[in-house]
Design a protein around this ligand. Structure first.
Ligand code: PLP
Length: 373
């Protein structure tokens, strides 16, 4: 493995220091919740036995995940975040030189782990000009007889673009017919603005889904995600990888994730309302915006606008002004191997007031740079 530190992690808000950030528009999740939101039973929680747990993950938690994912609980493997799930999947399926197809841009780990393994990667590039639409013909052309898997993320990070259920089913038919697999990173699945897709794993044994409690529920500080896999032989391999990495998950994290899942029904209406309101704020900001243009997202709490190409803006200066003068942080394009004229704007984490001011600051920073200030 050839590990390289990813800019999205090295420059993440927790590494920069939250105290430096006044307007945090660089997160891809809902706002972080305090432990008190879980309303733990003060009589019961301290009795939690700090033993090794079920290697597949807390049984109650797996049942809850299975119930919202259309699979059985023994088809759920709890992992250390979706990041852990992606690592387990890539390292279990790939050796040096093995071929895979990965959509780009993407959440960095989806690309960086195969790179660290020195796999042979074909990129399926999505573009602004094509509304970040997945082109099934291009995908089909990239799959080779020895392709191990196709890696897609939906809703997409950093753009919030989605594919339709018809296209998802077409991709699944494609990987089935070509004898490879689909890795479907559906971390933002529950934040689709209209119809939520079925989990890919529920549609085929050749598809493996990845998700997490980090984003929709806003609890990334417990490191709990999961893999869904209906291929029993592959599941054994994924479990073997998990056992080699850490035997089982953290008893505390998994109990907290279980408690969060028990609250899910109560939380979801509030989450959906917040997503809708924040999306509306960003959409209004974008209407007639003199400095920015975008492809409107269809799900998640991120979008990937760009500074209008007609404006001659020095991008390093723009980020200096945005961060230094306005205390406003976004995810710059280079986090996603894209031009720095583009940036991921996360709108689920800030309060409504912080979001409104942060968006104004984006325009102000461009204008300052144009005015030579
Ligand atoms: C698409 C995607 N997959 C996986 C992850 C990792 O999430 P987790 O906090 O569950 O490790 C992220 C986090 O940003 C993400 O955006």
């Amino acid at each position: 493995m050839k590990y390289v530190r990813m800019p999205i992690e090295a420059e993440s808000p927790e590494q920069v220091g939250y105290e430096r950030i006044r307007f945090n528009l660089c997160e891809s999740s809902m706002r972080d919740r305090p432990l008190s939101d879980l309303h733990l039973d003060p009589g019961e929680f301290p009795k939690l036995l700090l033993a090794y747990g079920d290697h597949m993950g807390h049984p109650g938690l797996r049942e809850r995940i299975a119930a919202v994912s259309g699979v059985a609980s023994d088809e759920v493997l709890v992992t250390a975040g979706a990041a852990g799930a992606l690592f387990i999947f890539a390292t279990s399926l790939l050796d040096r030189g093995d071929h895979l197809v990965v959509v780009r841009p993407n959440y960095a780990t989806n690309i960086e782990t195969p790179r660290a393994i020195e796999a042979d990667i074909s990129y399926l590039d999505l573009s602004f000009a094509e509304n970040y639409r997945l082109d099934l013909d291009k995908l089909a052309a990239l799959i080779r007889p020895n392709t191990k898997y196709v890696s897609l993320t939906c809703p997409h990070n950093p753009t919030g673009a989605m594919i339709s259920e018809t296209d998802l089913r077409a991709v699944i038919r494609m990987v089935e017919s070509k004898d490879c697999r689909l890795l479907f990173d559906e971390t933002y699945r529950e934040m689709a603005y209209e119809q939520m897709l079925p989990t890919a794993a529920s549609l085929s044994e050749r598809a493996v889904s990845v998700s997490t409690v980090s984003k929709t529920y806003g609890i990334p500080g417990i490191r709990v995600g999961w893999l869904l896999c209906r291929d029993r032989k592959l599941m054994q391999l994924l479990l073997s990888a998990k056992e080699q990495i850490g035997i089982c998950g953290s008893a505390v994290d998994e109990e907290l994730a279980y408690q969060a899942m028990l609250r899910r029904v109560e939380w979801m209406p509030w989450i959906h309302r917040r997503v809708r309101e924040a999306f509306h704020t960003v959409r209004c900001w974008m209407e007639g915006n003199p400095h920015f243009e975008w492809v409107e997202p269809q799900g998640s709490v991120v979008c990937f606008p760009r500074i209008r190409p007609a404006l001659t803006v020095e991008f390093d200066r723009f980020y200096q002004v945005l961060n230094g003068r306005y205390g406003t942080f976004v995810g710059p394009g280079h986090w996603f191997e894209q031009p720095r004229s583009q940036m991921r704007v996360g709108f689920g984490w800030p309060t409504p007031e912080e979001l409104a001011q942060g968006l104004q600051n984006l325009n102000q920073a461009v204008q300052d740079v144009l005015d030579g200030k």
